[in-house]
Ligand binder design. Structure first.
Ligand code: FMN
Length: 212
């Protein structure tokens, strides 16, 4: 089949397939603080690292009719900081709980029974239960308009200024993905967990894992 995603429902399928094709997507569990000091936590699967020297990450917020600029976007812009907490398999339910659309003052750490641990270089706390955290300074937002006025997308970029890695997910000095089993988003309401890993050399890279 072929369809033009700009023509609404031209795929003729019961649900839009786009997000299930760009999958799996890692989940950035974004913690922020508002200007008046309220802590916020929410998952974003339009999330990724975009380069590593310097380390830059992004997450993308899609507006809602009653909330065109989600709290994580607003807080990151207004206070200039955010933290990306990594979601391991055992945290999947708490992560999901923090996606609830709740008023701006509600602390999703409390809502999901998570522990807020102070960060080293930024104000937003980290999810203590997460196996790794990226402390970020806000860089810029790139906005994409939508045909639906409320549905503006804001892609928020941040410079990673601090990285925490829990010691027990390292094996021989390398991050051991199978020790924390990151959760990733597929399409629809589906998820996956990294539960197998293979290595492959590159024709022109001699040292395994030395570059991208
Ligand atoms: C696994 C998962 C991934 C999500 N990814 C996104 C995303 O990439 N962009 C987005 O706007 N909302 C995403 N959401 C929905 C937000 O988490 C939800 O709208 C949340 O209430 C936003 O919170 P905030 O306003 O406190 O930032 C996702 C939800 C889940 C459960």
């Amino acid at each position: 089949m072929f369809y033009d995603p700009d023509i609404k429902k031209s795929h003729g399928l019961p649900h839009d397939p786009f997000k299930s094709l760009v999958a799996p997507r890692p989940i950035g569990w974004i913690s922020t603080v508002s200007t008046d000091g309220h802590v916020n936590l929410a998952p974003y699967s339009f999330f990724n690292a975009v380069c590593y020297n310097p380390c830059i990450v992004m997450f993308s917020s899609s507006g809602l009719p009653d909330d065109p600029q989600k709290h994580s976007w607003r807080n990151a812009e207004e206070t200039g900081e955010f933290v990306c907490n990594i979601v391991s398999e055992e945290l999947k339910d708490q992560m999901n709980t923090t996606s609830a659309h709740v008023p701006r003052g509600v602390d999703e750490f409390e809502l999901a029974g998570l522990t807020a641990e102070p960060s080293e270089k930024v104000k937003p706390p980290r999810v203590k239960e997460s196996p790794a955290h990226l402390e970020c300074k806000y860089l810029r937002t790139v906005e994409f308009e939508s045909e639906e006025a409320h549905h503006t997308h804001g892609v928020i970029f941040g410079h990673v200024v601090g990285i925490h890695i829990r010691d027990d997910i390292l094996t021989d000095g390398m991050v051991d993905t199978l020790k924390f089993r990151p959760v990733a988003r597929l399409g629809y309401m589906e998820y996956t967990v990294v539960d197998n890993v293979f290595s492959m050399g590159r024709p022109d890279v001699k040292i395994p894992n030395a570059a991208e």
